[in-house]
Design a protein around this ligand. Structure first.
Ligand code: FE2
Length: 453
């Protein structure tokens, strides 16, 4: 920083892009970024000729006529238009990546389920071949519902590119580090962070530190947005400034390349002779983003009882029914418990929504054992669940001092639709057959005696 000698001259920030190198701050902002000076047209979208001989192209993330506060599109200025990144298609099979509806007659989805971590493979698995679908909900063809996946990635994509026309992907790493080299810039992602890759955005995934394992919520429906805070006000929970969108990055590389497209639940490939990551400059509000979960500011009860888990919603994808999400992404992280005369863990519960949870690290308060980092659980629509006996007895008899829940980070993909297990989840993944038994030794305490606790 150069301090001006004239004391009346203001000191101006050096960077127009906030304080994190390589990223621009804000959720859903209208960004502009160029990797070469002057590549971005000013004051208009489609000049007769673009600088550097680039091609102008719009990527529409919402219908042209979506309401202005929801309308999302990005203008790209690229070496070749996307039609050059697309040729004739052939179908391929990725047998572990399933889409809804995927109701397997040999699988019982009705039940409380929990899985140990799916072991990392010693085979070379890419972002595409290492994706393992656990559950599906809704219908990909009508753009409602979701799928949950585990990814097990040991190999980088090389001259291979992918996009999903079906979905935006919410990625929750649990082990290892990945690089998402996208048309709109580079996102490096590690545990305790999440990323959202929008529908239709081309990218390649590289392993920075492997093996990499994590969770994916594939959102078929309306995009994730920040939940309204209501009386909480303008701050806390997830704050807009903590979301980071990459600056423009491109490569100009000729090499035989494959583009894989997920479209209506099926996978298609097309061959091209160059890298499609050729966007030199872009502006708009339809872009990938990452977020550090450590910046999530939890809000809770400070006297007695506790609110519904929706108080911990990070992102919500609306379904069209007010307040009833296609998907909520909910975070259970470190926090203080201070409530008086209160059963502090999550209470016993039956829910019209279905709840898929994953453990990123540490211990979850309702299940001190069994729900381990990398593991998942599913409490499907209207199936009862809650603390096991140890958690119940411990919390019922604890001396209720202020207590810090430390070293804990779990999340939930909660959807209004029932979730169906894949054959992989039911038969190949390390399902804990005895999970249902965690409630077996809960005692009947009632004997009609008034005042008994
Ligand atoms: Fe629940």
């Amino acid at each position: 920083m150069n301090r001006p000698t004239d004391p009346h001259q203001m000191v101006q920030a050096a960077t127009p892009f906030g304080t994190t190198e390589g990223y621009m701050p804000g959720f859903g902002n209208d960004f502009e970024t160029e990797a070469l000076p002057g590549a971005l047209p000013q004051g208009m979208n489609s000049p007769q000729k673009c600088n550097y001989g680039l091609y102008g192209e719009q990527l529409s993330g919402t219908a042209f006529t979506a309401p202005s506060h929801q309308n999302e599109r990005t203008w790209c200025y690229r070496i070749r238009p996307s039609v050059k990144h697309s040729h004739r298609y052939t179908k391929i099979d990725l047998p572990y990546w399933k889409s809804a509806p995927n109701v397997d007659p040999d699988v019982v989805s009705l039940g409380q389920y929990r899985w140990d971590p799916v072991p990392v493979s010693d085979q070379p698995l890419t972002w595409l071949t290492g994706m393992r679908t656990m559950t599906t909900a809704g219908d990909v063809n009508t753009q409602v519902g979701m799928a949950s996946h585990i990814y097990l990635v040991t190999a980088s994509m090389k001259d291979d590119y992918f996009f999903s026309a079906d979905s935006e992907l919410l990625i929750v790493p649990q082990e290892g580090r990945l690089r998402f080299a996208t048309e709109l810039g580079i996102i490096d992602l590690e545990p305790k962070e999440i990323a959202i890759i929008p529908r239709g955005l081309l990218y390649r995934v590289e392993v920075l530190e492997g093996p990499a394992r994590g969770f994916v919520c594939e959102n078929y429906g309306q995009k994730f947005e920040l939940p309204g805070r209501g009386p909480i006000g303008a701050n806390c929970m997830a704050n807009r400034r903590d979301f980071k969108t990459p600056v423009a990055a491109f490569e100009d590389r000729d090499a035989p390349s494959t583009v894989t497209i997920k479209w209506c639940g099926q996978f298609h490939v097309t061959q091209i002779d160059h890298s499609p990551l050729d966007v030199v400059a872009w502006h708009g509000n339809y872009a990938p983003v990452k977020y550090d979960l450590r910046t999530y500011c939890p809000v809770g009860s400070i006297l007695f009882d506790h609110p519904d888990p929706s108080i911990f919603t990070v992102l919500t994808a609306p379904s069209g029914v007010p307040g009833t999400a296609n998907i909520d992404f909910v975070l259970f992280r470190e926090r203080w418990m201070v409530m008086e005369d209160t059963f502090r863990p999550p209470w016993y519960h039956k829910n019209i929504m279905s709840e898929l949870m994953g453990n990123i690290y540490g211990q979850y308060d309702a299940k001190p054992q069994g729900f381990v980092p990398g593991g998942m659980s599913l409490h499907n629509m209207m199936l009862p669940h809650g603390p096991d006996k140890n958690a119940f007895e411990g919390a019922s008899n604890a001396d209720l001092k202020p207590e810090k829940l430390d070293n804990t980070m779990s999340f939930m993909f909660e959807t209004r639709f029932p979730q169906h297990l894949t054959a992989f989840a039911a038969k190949e993944a390390p399902l804990q057959d005895d999970y249902i038994d965690c409630w077996a030794d809960i005692e009947k305490k009632f004997d009609g005696t008034p005042g008994k606790k």
